[in-house]
Write a protein that binds this ligand. Structure first.
Ligand code: URA
Ligand code: URA
Length: 228
């Protein structure tokens, strides 16, 4: 009996040391019961890190010429929730991280209001490079970048995807006719993964009276996951 315990604790110590070597400051795992999603986060970390290196030198579209950094995305490779925005803005381009400006601060507050930490979810964008003057991404840029997002979704395999704003909804669902005001708050499906469209945090900064709608959408998301 004692031997069993000491062998488990040495396994746990090895695992923690492994994450430390990888540079993690948090543990990208959550406690699950045995029959839930299997814990395959080791390979997920490696797959995402290798893939991020590949994407960081992408020159497939014209946005690569004006960018400072590719904004691949960040967070827990084993996340239940995947938030998808539109495109990096000025601050994101400088830092190489998604949602670090004013809209990002609102997104972080929303995630925390959901009882989560920003580092426990994953945050990405439809396109990985900043369009000049923050214009909307064009369809060529969206299509060129789409395989990157698709591979991220495959690796992370989230329980729920949350699209932020009109562009992310239309781009991911491949339907430029979708209206964010009509669609938000109701689950759609993206390749068998439930998808909740909600407002973009930048829209909510301009229209704070609509924040309660996004909060209602996030309550539905929480109810749909094993975290509730
Ligand atoms: N807006 C987005 O859509 N994505 C970001 O990363 C930042 C702002
Ligand atoms: N229009 C958008 O593009 N996004 C929103 O979130 C709301 C209106």
């Amino acid at each position: 009996m004692n031997n069993d315990i000491s062998s488990v604790s040495s396994d746990v110590r090895l695992l923690l040391e492994y994450y430390k070597i990888l540079g993690f400051e948090y543990l990208p795992v959550s406690l699950r019961t045995a029959d839930e999603k299997p814990d395959i986060c080791g390979p997920q970390i490696t797959l995402l890190q290798d893939f991020s290196k590949k994407v960081s030198v992408c020159t497939r579209c014209k946005l690569s010429k004006g960018r400072k950094n590719v904004v691949f995305g960040e967070g827990n490779p084993d996340a239940e929730l995947l938030f998808i925005g539109e495109a990096p803005g000025r601050e994101e381009d400088i830092q190489g991280r998604p949602f670090v400006g004013e809209a990002g601060a609102l997104l972080t507050r929303l995630i925390e209001k959901m009882g989560l930490q920003r580092s426990s979810v994953y945050i990405a964008n439809i396109i990985k490079c900043r369009p000049p003057m923050n214009r909307d991404p064009d369809s060529e840029e969206i299509e060129t970048c789409r395989p990157y997002l698709e591979k991220q979704i495959d690796i992370i395999n989230p329980e729920v995807i949350i699209t932020l704003g009109r562009i992310a909804l239309q781009a991911l669902m491949n339907d430029p006719g979708l209206k964010i005001t009509a669609m938000r708050g109701n689950f759609l499906e993206y390749r068998n993964v439930p998808l909740m469209p909600t407002f973009h945090p930048a829209y909510l900064l301009r229209n704070p009276k609509d924040k309660w709608l996004t909060w209602n959408d996030m309550k539905k998301v929480l109810e749909r996951t094993s975290m509730a």
